[in-house]
Design a protein around this ligand. Structure first.
Ligand code: FAD
Ligand code: UDP
Length: 372
């Protein structure tokens, strides 16, 4: 078999590149070692008819009109604002930590004073990273920073990464800033939607092109010698590609415990985080994401974080910190020596991409490939 492009990985990155290249007249083979398309965004019906996300909750949000318009060619959308609560001192309070969270946890007098301090220091509507807030000298802001750090970030981050917040790149905890506003949505992006028929249906439509062939349950190493191709796009782990030449890049893995309950709803919002108790980090209730409100039962996922061990579990998260970035750079140097091999995606670029960022990166690479 001979193709123009061999794409390893059928997640958002690989599928976007396959669709773009096929539409530009290229013959493409997509291979994935899993038995399904969609990568970590794969969704499926469970045995109770609940649409679940096998690899964890996926909520689409972006500020990129380009990415939104591109994906809109393959799906209709359902408007959805993600709401998350964290259990703090036994109370379910809105996350990100906002002025509404202040009101839920402190007396009116204390909340008034802290709100006034936050607004005059940062301005209404500001998004302040917790590690930045901890640098404040004002005693009230210092008190608040320590409170939020201890009650929202410290325990959760230790569970999620096995590391303290300051041991990671500041960009990790900055994903969930302190919000100087009463906006209780988890994201503030312009576009916040879920694919009406789910992610797998979206991927199926993207791949429905006569120039695209898909081979599942096939590892790159198995097809390497069997398929002839002009160019290779690799969206799996870059360290694995190079046989761990510069040592293994750390990834964090997850384990999900799914439970279906004979209740219309299990919890008040789609996601409840447990920074301070339990071994799990969060519980997600899928029907609140997907709109299956009509079902008399509900499926929830308890999420446990664990170390990644190749062959035993999945590499879900790159671990953003300086020494890992330095090791990744060594792999990037190796990649630059290869002709006609391109790396992209959360694992190929070793970047903590959201779905929209994976698509944006794939669209950029497509431009590069077709204008080179
Ligand atoms: P992946 O989806 O990981 O796809 C890579 C594919 O490559 C996999 O299918 C894998 O099997 C295959 N592969 C790897 N190596 C090989 C090999 N050697 N041979 C063959 N195949 C191989 N983003 C959001 O925007 N919103 C969210 O709410 C959100 N929630 C998330 C929750 C969790 C728990 C996780 C882990 C991620 C979440 N994301 C979210 C991020 C999102 O999953 C990624 O941005 C997106 O899936 C990246 O797509 P990708 O194609 O780069 O990688
Ligand atoms: N975080 C936290 N407590 C929370 C939520 C998030 O400490 O209740 C920190 C934690 O380090 C986490 C990071 O912020 O890994 C990013 O959170 P996000 O919800 O974006 O994580 P994801 O959905 O990507 O797992």
């Amino acid at each position: 078999m001979k193709v123009d492009y061999l794409i390893v990985g059928a997640g958002f990155t690989g599928v976007t590149l396959a669709e773009r290249l096929a539409s530009a007249g290229k013959r493409v083979l997509v291979v994935d070692r899993r038995d399904h398309i969609g990568g970590n965004a794969y969704d499926e019906m469970d045995s109770h008819g609940v649409l679940i996300h096998r690899y964890g909750p996926h909520i689409f949000h972006t500020n990129s009109k380009k990415v939104f318009d591109y994906l809109s060619r393959f799906t209709e959308w359902r408007p959805y604002y993600h709401r998350v609560c964290a259990v703090v001192e036994g109370k379910e309070v809105p996350l990100p930590f906002s002025l509404a969270t202040l009101r839920a946890l402190f007396s009116q007098r204390v909340a008034d004073r802290l709100e006034e301090k936050l607004v005059s220091r940062f301005g209404y509507g500001a998004r302040v990273a917790i590690l930045r807030l901890r640098e404040e000298e004002d005693p009230d802001l210092k008190f608040l920073a320590d409170y939020v750090y201890r009650n929202v970030f410290e325990g959760y981050t230790l569970k999620q990464w096995g590391l303290r917040p300051e041991e990671l790149s500041p960009s990790v905890t900055a994903r969930v800033p302190v919000l100087v506003s009463y906006d209780t949505r988890y994201f503030q992006d312009t576009y916040q939607v879920m694919p009406k028929e789910g992610y797998t249906a979206l991927f199926r439509r993207m791949l429905a092109h006569s120039n695209i062939k898909v081979l599942l349950r096939a590892d790159w190493r198995e097809v390497e010698g069997e398929v002839r191709f002009d160019r290779l796009i690799f969206t799996g782990p870059i360290d694995e590609f190079f046989g761990y030449l510069h040592g293994a890049l750390p990834y964090r893995s997850l384990r999900f415990h799914m439970e279906t309950l004979r209740l219309p709803f299990f919890q008040s919002v789609a996601q409840v985080n447990y920074p301070n108790e339990h071994a799990y980090t969060r519980i997600t209730e899928f029907k609140r994401l997907t709109g299956q409100d009509y079902l008399p039962h509900t499926t929830v996922a308890f999420e446990y974080s664990e170390a990644y061990e190749p062959g035993r579990n999945e590499p879900y998260y790159p671990v953003p910190k300086d020494e890992n970035e330095a090791r990744y750079r060594k792999y990037l140097e190796e990649a630059r020596k290869l002709k006609s091999v391109y790396f992209a995606g959360r694992l190929g670029d070793y970047r903590y991409y959201n779905m929209d960022q994976a698509v944006a990166r794939a669209l950029e690479l497509f431009e590069e490939l077709t204008h080179a």
